[in-house]
Design a binder for this molecule. Structure first.
Ligand code: ADP
Ligand code: ASP
Ligand code: MG
Length: 264
């Protein structure tokens, strides 16, 4: 029995059909005797729409209310996903950030996670439910809603994997099947990497690549959470591992030794 955290980004839950495909994958993962915690982003384009709405009313927007508004996209996608899993015959429950006490500092729009209360999640998993968590959201010590910065669902997933001691932290993408040497949407010659170190990934993020949120990679490095970037439409594909430098070297040595043995 393994505990798997699976994060699905906005393009993976962009429509009811796509949510159904994600729900089917969650059900299939559960049927293989795994506990599943799925973290979801807002449906593609939704956070941008909410940002534009808020800014239309007040520019620059009131910081507290901005997070109330922008965190709402994940409430919708998490409810839709839990409902779809139930419609497929597996029990499921969604949690918003405040319902599992994802406590953050009070820096609106780029809040840092301080702690997570895992009790409600463990109770739900104990009742064989697929747990769906709204990404991107937190709550400060005074109960104000906060958000974790753009792309912040990645951070929700990594932090949950760390707190829950998960066996895997899988970040699913709809339009790429892993991390490439450069953005494959821009550069057709980009090569998919089977593994990359946290530091190399951070460097890529600092150069502007938004494939993974930099803060999520920093958190993963600090708490030694291996990240597995995978494809939503092709979950059977190998994907890309984001790991400690040492682990990257170890697995490269294994590949090299295996290659040498095979050629002897
Ligand atoms: P999600 O919504 O699942 O979080 P994102 O849209 O944030 O996914 O990230 C995936 C996008 O990142 C892809 O559309 C891809 O074009 C872009 N991207 C930029 N740099 C890279 C890279 N080095 N490898 C893979 N994808 C990249
Ligand atoms: N919905 C938020 C955003 O668009 C968080 C996320 O997608 O991870 O930035
Ligand atoms: Mg993203």
């Amino acid at each position: 029995m393994a505990l798997v955290v699976q994060k699905y980004g906005g393009t993976s839950v962009a429509s009811v059909e796509k949510i159904r495909r994600v729900a089917e994958h969650i059900v299939a993962t559960k049927k293989k005797k795994n506990d599943v915690i799925a973290v979801v982003s807002a449906m593609a384009g939704e956070t941008d729409r909410l940002v534009a709405l808020a800014t239309e009313v007040m520019d620059p927007p009131d910081e507290r209310e901005f997070d109330v508004i922008t965190s709402s996209g994940e409430q919708v996608s998490s409810g839709l996903l839990a409902m779809t899993v139930k419609a497929l015959g597996e029990d499921s429950v969604s949690f918003q950030g405040h319902q599992i006490r994802i406590i953050t500092d009070n820096i609106y729009s780029s809040a840092k996670i301080k702690s997570i209360d895992d009790r409600n999640i463990r109770l739900a998993l104990g009742k064989k439910k697929a747990v769906v968590v709204a990404g991107f959201q937190g709550v400060d010590d005074d109960g104000n809603l906060t958000t974790l910065g753009r792309g912040g669902s990645d951070l929700t997933a990594v932090a949950l994997a760390a707190v829950m001691g998960a066996d895997a932290c899988e970040l699913y993408k709809d339009d790429v099947d892993g991390v490439y040497t450069t953005d494959p949407g821009v550069c057709p010659d980009a090569r998919k990497l089977s593994r990359i170190s946290y530091d190399e990934m951070l460097e890529m993020a600092s150069l502007g690549s938004k494939v993974l949120q930099a803060r999520a990679v920093e958190f993963a490095k600090k708490f030694k959470v291996p990240i597995h970037v995978k494809s939503t439409p092709r979950p059977e594909n190998e994907g890309t591992w984001v790991l400690d430098e040492e682990k990257v070297m170890e697995s490269m040595e294994k590949v090299i030794n295996h290659g040498i043995k095979n050629s002897l």
